[in-house]
Design a protein around this ligand. Sequence first.
Ligand code: CO
Length: 451
Amino acid sequence: MKPFQMGLTTLEQEVNLEALPVRGRIPSWLSGALFRNGPAHFQGGHWFDGLAMIHKFSFKAGVVSYANRFLRTEAYRRVMSGSGSSGFGTGGARGGNNANVSILKIDHHFLALTESPGVVEFDPADLSTKGLFPFDDEIPAHMTTAHPHLDIHTGQIINFTVQFGKTNQYHVYTMDPVTAKRRLIGSVETHEPTYMHSFAVTQRYVILVEFPLLIQAAMLAGGHSFADSLAWKAERGTRLVVMNKATGNVERIVQGEAGFGYHVINAFEKGSDIIVDVCMSGSAAAITNLYIDQMTSEAEGQSHPKFKRFILSPGQPDARCEVLSPETMELPSIYYKQCNGRDYRYAYGISTSSARPENVSNQLIKIDTATGQAWIWHEEDNYPGEPVFVPTPGAIEEDGGVLLSVVLDGLQGKSYLLVLDAKNLEEIGRAEVPHHIPFGFHGIYTDERMI
Ligand code: CO
């Protein structure tokens, strides 16, 4: 059994723990909660298909409490009653709103998201499921992303949907962060829709990064799983579709080298260039690699994504592509509220040690985009999740704060919440959970007054 196996093992218990044992110290200025989303009940198949569980770490005066609950969705009821499930890597009847990918806060509503359009609201106090969040408008959607942006230039949320039909379309829209009112910015017809897990915004543009991994809508409709309905077409290259946010017009489609990535790290305009940073690997193996039997197989050495930068210059039909670091990086994060869509210096993520390659990430990384310098936190047989940056109150510098990451201690089979100094990735403290927390995807930190 691999030391990270517990990260892919079902967690049954739902608990509410007042004060976790702490090693080191937890900064007393941390006063709020980290909400995490991820799969926690597995039936084999694909990692992405585990049933959604919300985890909450609350911080007050150096004390950390923890609670977790499954989302009570149609998918949950189906699986728990033994009538089967479906999803990303499993065929059959689709749907059920297994919203296990990310969390979005709109006004005082906490929403769990996935790539099907149904959005599940939960109560941030006791993590109980409130039900589907109602939108009072019609943006046509068969799929969407679980990575809406908060556009810091306008204060609006931006996301897009995919609509399959005679002509397939992407619909890019804004959403008001208080009223949740949505407004269409623009639509793009596409002969061959591609799988986009996230996208980019800058001051003036929305950029859809079409990796050459095509969604074959007819196969989806025929009951194949989403993963099985994807087709890799490297010769198509990567297309960066640049839409003007103000007009909804596609101003350019720029060609880039082929590859696949789940996550855009950040994007911004620099002079007349547009920069798009992504975690990208050379093929679509990032989809099939994440079947649980693949992850836990004896074969190591999966291709992990690297930090790549597309540079789109005016008048150039092709984007230049640079590798910013030889280290691998996934589940990227930045000082989002300050840097999203703007020139920035630091990115954080999970990574795989080149000295000890494994099929899951086994270290945390910080990359200086200006110099390529990397800082690494690594402990043998420990497996971190997405690092979330929280700025120290009053901090001026972009990396003045801490990183919060849920880490699996593979030897003990238990998890802990790790607090690192974002400057140098040195440990400040950790709060220990009495059980394991399955590997998750994304989360948010929110101040106490916002809960
Ligand atoms: Co994601």
